[in-house]
Design a protein around this ligand. Structure first.
Ligand code: KDG
Ligand code: MG
Length: 403
């Protein structure tokens, strides 16, 4: 079998997605996700100018060799754009391999290790009472794990709390990033109050999670971890920016609060200190940003040796294609922890016919051969690319800050 053609399809059914379609000489094709939120066109150029011309005529079954060819062969290793481009190709090649085998992808990854994949969904609100209502509603809908975020009184709603300022909200074109305001001293006392109210309302038979969005310093995160201990959170996510992995040592010295990180990581080298020193409990890489099924499997297998469990990033900007691949990996690996799942707009679901399924807090991989996600190119053509960015954050005095 040979790779005959690779298409890159960019479409915005509510938000931008970069999708590849790898077509072989015997008619089999595979689909991959290469979306990097707010930097989509960079991946398109990388694929079209530097990846696709080198792959025509190659054997699509050589998933490991092609992964290494694109990774080592670039000389300029790692980075979100490179790894998303590799990820897109890798997902498509695994799709082809599993279709050729006549099996769902998870069978090629070792078969099922579990019957179903537990997910968490998000609740955000301007007031604590609104978040409590939202969490109760998701409990009612069957969720066993729920992420809760609240706005800081006196400041405009920040990402993840109020009416979304991300492009996911209704397909808004955002040619410039919106600017948000952050104040750590107002946030730190608020979060324990939120979880106190949540435990009073929903009890203890539910996993509660919180995402800090990289906004604290290590010692601030240590304080928050200690203050949250009475509420037994499932995890505290992205407590600090994690380029400096050693920062997690400070948090770990002070709190038993389980920690999660990794949605912006793209290779195993982003997390070697975190994992070998057991500084975290959950690793949140996802197929699209960490080099596809091959990259994800390498990272999770490495993490398994150090008691670190998986928690694939899965918001709306991780397309149904990458979500499909995540679910196959989730169901197969031994150290699965949880899967993030926020769901998709109707237009996105129309554009990506998929065989995986969601029911009351759990996901199932599709049983069709391959990863089970396709792209309807006629639907994609109806939704052209629209420039859109994530927000940025500044302190109250105007200083740029992390989020
Ligand atoms: O594109 C960025 C989003 O995917 C990210 O901000 C969402 O933090 C996020 C999460 O945990 O899903
Ligand atoms: Mg996050």
């Amino acid at each position: 079998m040979k790779i005959n053609e690779i298409k890159v399809i960019v479409a915005s059914p509510g938000r931008n997605f970069v999708t590849v379609k790898v077509i072989t000489d015997d008619g089999l094709y595979g689909i991959g996700d290469g979306t990097v939120n707010g930097r989509e066109k960079a991946v398109v150029a990388y694929l079209e100018d530097h990846v696709i011309p080198t792959l025509i005529g190659k054997d699509p079954m050589r998933t490991e060799d092609i992964w290494q060819y694109l990774y080592k062969g670039a000389y300029w290793r790692r980075g979100p754009i490179t790894m998303a481009a590799i990820g897109a190709i890798d997902m498509a090649l695994w799709d082809i391999k599993a279709k050729a085998a006549g099996m769902p992808l998870y069978q090629l990854l070792g078969g099922r290790s579990r019957d179903k994949v537990m997910v968490y969904k998000h609740v955000g609100g301007l007031e604590i009472s609104e978040v409590v209502e939202g969490v109760l509603a998701l409990r009612e809908a069957g969720l066993e794990a729920i992420r809760a975020q609240v706005s800081i009184p006196g400041l405009p709603p920040i990402y993840g709390t109020g009416p979304s300022t991300d492009q996911a909200a209704g397909g808004m074109v955002r040619p410039m990033p919106t600017e948000e305001v952050w104040a750590t001293h107002k946030y730190l006392p608020l979060v324990p109050k939120l979880f106190e109210k949540l435990r009073d309302a929903v009890g203890w038979d539910v996993h509660l999670l919180h995402d800090v969005h990289h906004r604290l310093t290590p010692i601030e995160a240590a304080r928050l971890g200690k203050d949250l201990e009475p509420y037994r959170l499932f995890w505290l996510e992205d407590a600090i920016p994690a380029e400096l992995q050693e920062g997690f040592r400070i948090i770990r010295q002070h709190t038993t609060q389980p920690l999660a990180v990794g949605e912006v990581f793209n290779s195993v080298f982003d997390l070697t200190t975190l994992i070998t020193e057991q500084l975290i409990d959950y690793i949140r890489v996802t197929s699209v940003h960490a080099g596809g099924v091959t990259g994800l499997k390498k990272i999770f297998d490495f993490a398994s040796i150090y008691h670190v469990r998986s928690a694939c990033h899965g918001p709306m900007d991780v397309s149904p294609v990458a979500m499909g691949c995540n679910i196959h990996v989730d169901v197969a690996i031994s150290n699965f922890g949880i899967q993030e799942f926020t769901g998709y707009t109707d237009a996105t679901r129309e554009m990506f016919p998929y065989t995986w399924s969601y029911d009351r807090g759990y996901l199932q991989p599709g049983e069709a051969p391959g990863h089970g996600v396709d792209i309807d190119e006629a639907v994609a053509a109806k939704y052209p690319y629209a420039p859109a960015y994530l927000p940025i954050a500044r302190l109250e005095d105007g200083t740029m800050t992390s989020w």
